[in-house]
Design a protein around this ligand. Sequence first.
Ligand SMILES: C[S@@+](CC[C@H](N)C(=O)[O-])C[C@H]1O[C@@H](n2cnc3c(N)ncnc32)[C@H](O)[C@@H]1O
Length: 272
Amino acid sequence: MSSFLTDSNFKLFKDKIYHESGIHFSEINRPILESRIKERLRITNISTPETYFQFVISNKDELDTLLDAITTNLTNFFRNESHFKALDNIIIPEIASRKGSQNKKRLKIWSAGCSTGEEPYSVAISCLEKLPDPHNWQIQILASDISLKSLLIAKEGYYTSEKIVNVKPEYLEKYFDKLGNGYKVKDKIKSLIRFDFHNLKFDNGERDLDIVFCRNVIIYFDREAQIEVIQKFSLCSNEDMYLFIGHSESLFGMNTDFKFHKLGDACVYRKK
Ligand SMILES: C[S@@+](CC[C@H](N)C(=O)[O-])C[C@H]1O[C@@H](n2cnc3c(N)ncnc32)[C@H](O)[C@@H]1O
């Protein structure tokens, strides 16, 4: 089957995307990239990939739109049960006992690559449920993504019934309002989260984080870009920070500041 992009055009786009985001396209996932570019040509009314490439490199908004179009945003509430068991039963209690006697108790968490928001909202619910005295804590959750269309959904916090199947009925009752055919996250949860457009290629200046979730994001990067992103989390961390990556991702054999730990059934990384 003939390709929509010539090999040299494919290389131009794939190198540009990699340089801008770390996302790596190989021959295997080339059809995905080709179909997304075809769609952008149709929407922008541009007739050739060459002209479209010139448009992308000269127009930051179109570059952002293309990056948004090529991302995979699949996510779920309480995705990966073993991660949430470790968070609820081991990590939050450990942080609560380590920091619990401080005057200003603060918990700083980053959902990096938060997609449509299910991950940071789940984490916020866990914090409120599992901290012994949540109202005495300053819970700060940063949720960021490179996909603007996902962030808009995340900020809205409205999910249809099919999307909330993993949310326990008592959490649904406590933290969501029923609205039409779906559920809207209550403001008391939203107020814990700051949504931000951020490309993980860059340092966002966040420091002193207690927990980072960067799950099912680096799977789309090549090894070099994976190490680059993971090492940025080292800058952001306090010395006790926990790092979650996706269950099909691994830092095995990579020279990073993080070490592997098994917490219950969950694989977690820490500096020490
Ligand atoms: C498959 S979703 C994972 C969502 C959530 N973390 C989870 O595990 O359910 C991957 C997300 O990573 C985001 N992403 C990919 N590359 C990124 C980059 N360079 N900077 C920031 N976000 C990125 C995508 O836009 C997408 O929303």
